[in-house]
Design a protein around this ligand. Structure first.
Ligand code: FAD
Length: 477
């Protein structure tokens, strides 16, 4: 009897363009598809509430797709090496295959596991599947990692193009005797008391089919106008592929080639590919700067005098800052697990520069509430907004949340949706209710301090305070 191969699924919860699965299928060996709910993950990298919800549904979907091909998904909770060793011992598996991950902890863990399994005579094979370009494939002329996006992406585009995506394997051979796994429900990934996931259920379809549906909508309806529409949070102008990409329900190669095939050329296409490029850039950064989640990339920020004010933090988290665009964004995040990119930049700048609260607090809240929470994209983006990251806008560029609202949500569609208590205000005052007259507020049914908060800071004062803090910090180097 042929001995089985184990395919260890991680953030690659798909059948299409899955090289580890394709290789296992091609070998003709019986297959054990495995997902491990890893124990011992440090707090800063653990799944948050929203990603746990997503993971539950994504595993259900993958499990159904695999079961339909006769190979049930095995679920195990534990420390990965111990789980793999036990499964190899119980099944006599000769090979373990996985698609590579690139977080510093993931790389160390995979290296250790590979060495240990190899010592036991098990063949371990790993594949590129989560990125268009491996972090070590793209480097400056002097061989160092890029720290600026534009030359990084130019260098990616000059490299041989990413391979076309692989089709799902035609047939998978089941393994006759697999020891029982965990019941997904026993992992308690879903929220219960209270069940806050109603908005997530309404907005998302986790799994490979949901990812493909999102891609098709984007290609058919949004790609052409993407270059402009991507900045308008009141319009459905972006792909919303981020959680599907984060969980690997669709591969970046599939998104890259499908967009190129659909559009041929144009601003929309270039812009979209560049956003996939930002995802690559973030992954490359984290790969080459392992302490990125904890330390500012620019050392002078280590001494930045962040404030400690839990009340302000809660006002920001709950969307009660008195700045409509910020509040709309934070409420969209809480309800749907996603926030428009333009608004992510504004709320992040507000936390860091207007409130002087550390970017780490913001990154942590995003990790807990975003369905697309991804260590690399999250910490690199927070550092970018805070001015301490790679290719970051200088600290003195401070978003004015009112002007950002007027510019990117001019008809107020976004703010009215997420801050319905302001919906009756005329466009002119919608982004600055604090400046509207009593009559206008009364006519709109807005009572500042009651139905909607007064601004928790004066933006101009906060701006000057942030600049002074930055100057002192640089002076104190
Ligand atoms: P589209 O505009 O359709 O872009 C296509 C894909 O490109 C996205 O799905 C995403 O995978 C990638 N992408 C787009 N913009 C960026 C970007 N700026 N950086 C990295 N990748 C990008 N994205 C995450 O996937 N996970 C995160 O945890 C995350 N945290 C963020 C935190 C902050 C403070 C900011 C400012 C941005 C963050 N982003 C994060 C990036 C970006 O906001 C989202 O990827 C994007 O809004 C997802 O929406 P979309 O799929 O419709 O994007």
């Amino acid at each position: 009897m042929t001995r089985p191969a184990i395919v260890w699924f991680r953030r690659d919860l798909r059948l299409a363009d899955n090289p580890a699965l394709v290789e296992a299928a091609a070998s003709g060996q019986p297959l054990i598809p495995l997902f491990i709910d890893e124990t011992g993950v440090p707090e800063g990298e653990a799944d948050g509430g929203a990603t746990r919800w997503w993971l539950h549904h994504s595993l259900l979907s993958l499990g159904r797709d695999l079961a339909a091909r006769g190979v049930p998904l095995l679920l195990r909770r534990g420390e990965p090496l111990a789980v793999l060793e036990a499964l190899v011992a119980a099944t006599g598996a000769t090979r373990v295959l996985w698609n590579r991950r690139y977080t510093p902890r993931g790389v160390v863990q995979d290296t250790t596991i590979k060495a240990a399994l190899t010592r036991h005579g098990i063949e371990v094979r790993s594949f590129k599947a989560g990125l268009l370009f491996e972090p070590w494939e793209i480097a400056t002329r002097s061989g160092t990692p890029f720290r600026v996006f534009t030359p990084f992406w130019r260098s990616c585009l000059a490299a041989p193009p990413p391979d076309r995506p692989l089709p799902p394997p035609a047939a998978l051979r089941p393994c006759e005797s697999v020891p029982p796994g965990d019941d997904l429900g026993s992992w308690r990934l879903l929220p219960t008391a209270p069940d806050w996931a109603g908005g997530l259920n309404a907005d998302w379809q986790p799994g490979e089919a949901g990812a493909e549906a999102r891609l098709q909508i984007f290609l058919d309806q949004r790609l052409k106008a993407y270059a402009v529409a991507r900045d308008l949070p009141g319009q459905a102008g972006t792909s919303r592929l981020s959680p599907h990409l984060a969980f690997g329900e669709i591969s970046p190669r599939r998104a890259f080639h499908a967009a190129r095939d659909a559009a041929g050329s144009g601003n929309g296409l270039d812009r979209f590919l560049a956003e996939l490029g930002w995802r690559e850039f973030c992954a490359h950064l984290l790969f080459t700067v392992p302490d990125l989640p904890e330390q500012p990339l620019r050392g002078e920020f280590a001494a930045f005098p962040w404030r400690d004010d839990p009340e302000l933090l809660v006002a920001w988290q709950r969307g009660r800052t008195g700045f409509p665009l910020v509040d709309a964004g934070m409420r969209e995040l809480w309800t749907t697990g996603w926030m428009h990119n333009r608004v992510r930049m504004v709320v992040a700048s507000f936390l860091v520069k207007d409130l002087l609260l550390s970017w780490r607090l913001g990154a942590d809240w995003f990790r807990d509430t975003l369905v697309d929470a991804d260590l690399a994209s999250n910490v690199a983006s927070w550092q970018w907004v805070a001015g301490c990251g790679a290719d970051a806008a200088p600290f003195f560029r401070i978003f004015n949340p009112t002007l950002q609202g007027e510019k990117f949500d001019p008809d107020g569609r976004y703010v009215r949706r997420w801050c319905p208590e302001l919906a009756g205000l005329p466009d002119r005052w919608l982004h600055q209710p604090g400046r509207a007259s009593d009559i206008i507020l009364r006519q709109a049914g807005v009572s500042l301090g009651r139905s909607y908060p007064h601004p928790i800071v004066d933006h101009d004062v906060a701006r000057r305070r942030a600049l002074a803090a930055m100057e002192n910090c640089h002076g104190g180097e």
